[in-house]
Design a protein around this ligand. Structure first.
Ligand code: ATP
Ligand code: MG
Length: 357
């Protein structure tokens, strides 16, 4: 994206500047105007899609692309762990930069001159792979930053500087559970979708799980990274959390269903039968946390195996409600022992059941 600016007050900020310095392709661009961004985009004549009047941001369309222009702002956390309140817009750029999470994400680049503005030593930290917060209350204000730190550490191999690490440990020993979990969940999903067993290990070993629950989560019995790769599972983040306490994460309906299916597989005497009707993610959860041998056997050899015979067919042969359920259970069991069992073989099981009962 090649923007132009005559005022010298428009800056690229945050992730895109960091990524460019690292020689990476930025995911998205964030723009910050030292002044009133809404007035600025109007003066430029850009097509405005949406504005947020209170914090003076504007979404505009440039060459068919939606671009966000923010005004520089100061923030204040009246209730720690919840969204901040904007106290001033159009403030000096430096004030906007020091409200951010880490110094490496607080570098601005002038759109007009390409000059970097880096009042907190972000470039130096970037060079040394260091994640450093701006002040001692940073994690208290917004504990999501601990997970963002894990994300950048997983993505770029960065480390917290000693002082930031101490602040993190201090916070994790005194977690405030009255926080907004929706942003935390988003960052956590980003972390786990980086698909690194390392992420999960660190989530547990560095006690980051404490942000969600006091209880330590169980470690998986096999590598989830290998498991999700072998069975090509998209968006496997829930699998990483296994059976930790997820109550604060406000799971969506489909996520709740995965957990319910996982519990059903775990508790059923004929797990394969439940597996055959379950989401692959529920099956992978069970495989990773409860029974890797059976799980892998099912996934590799038995997936897709189902009785050929139907309840309808058994009904037409004269069997009644409960009998049909029992017969189908027997057939399921036999079928999993012998996937090549034919339709005729299944009928024999039904007839045997009739003789025996
Ligand atoms: P990514 O490449 O994952 O998009 P990013 O650094 O651009 O990384 P965003 O979530 O897009 O992250 O946020 C943009 C910028 O906003 C960050 O670079 C950072 O300066 C600031 N920011 C984001 N989240 C927080 C937070 N929780 N606290 C303070 N500043 C934040
Ligand atoms: Mg970004």
């Amino acid at each position: 994206m090649n923007l132009t600016d005559d005022t010298g007050r428009l800056y690229y900020v945050g992730g895109c500047v960091r990524d460019e310095i690292l020689g990476l392709q930025p995911v998205d661009i964030d723009l910050c105007y030292e002044g009133d961004a809404i007035e600025y985009v109007k003066e430029c004549g850009y097509e405005i899609i949406k504005t947020q009047k209170n914090i003076r941001t504007a979404k505009v369309l440039i060459n068919g692309k939606e671009i966000d222009f923010a005004s520089t702002r100061k923030e204040y956390y009246p209730k720690t762990g919840h969204l901040p309140v904007t106290t001033d817009t159009g403030c000096p750029l430096k004030d906007d930069l020091i409200r951010r999470d880490f110094t490496v994400n607080s570098i601005a680049k002038s759109v007009k001159t390409n000059k970097l503005f880096d009042p907190t030593g972000g470039q130096n930290d970037l060079e040394n792979g260091i994640l450093r917060v701006h002040h001692d209350k940073s994690f208290i204000d917004d504990p999501t930053r601990i997970i963002r730190g894990l994300k950048f550490s997983l993505r770029f191999g960065f480390k917290f500087d000693n002082h930031t690490e101490n602040l993190k440990e201090e916070y994790l020993n005194n977690v405030n559970y009255d926080i907004s979990y929706s942003r935390l969940k988003k960052e956590l999903i980003d972390c786990f979708n980086l698909n690194r067993d390392e992420g999960l290990n660190r989530f547990i070993n560095e006690k980051i799980y404490k942000l969600l629950s006091v209880q330590k989560p169980q470690k998986p019995l096999i590598s989830i990274e290998k498991l999700t790769a072998e069975f090509k599972v998209k968006n496997p983040w829930l699998i990483y959390l296994g059976n930790s306490d997820l109550s604060k994460l406000q799971l969506t309906r489909s996520e709740t269903k995965i957990i319910e299916e996982f519990n059903a597989i775990k508790e059923n005497s004929n797990p394969y039968k439940i597996c055959s009707k379950s989401d692959i993610r529920s099956i992978l959860l069970w495989t990773a946390f409860v029974n890797p041998d059976k799980g892998l056997h099912y996934l590799r050899e038995l997936r897709g195996v189902k009785p050929a015979i139907t309840g309808q067919e058994l009904l037409s042969l004269g069997f009644k409600g409960k009998q049909i359920g029992n017969i189908l259970d027997n057939i399921w069991e036999e079928k999993f022992k012998n996937p090549n069992l034919t339709h005729a073989g299944e009928l024999n099981i039904a007839k045997k059941y009739y003789r025996d009962n």
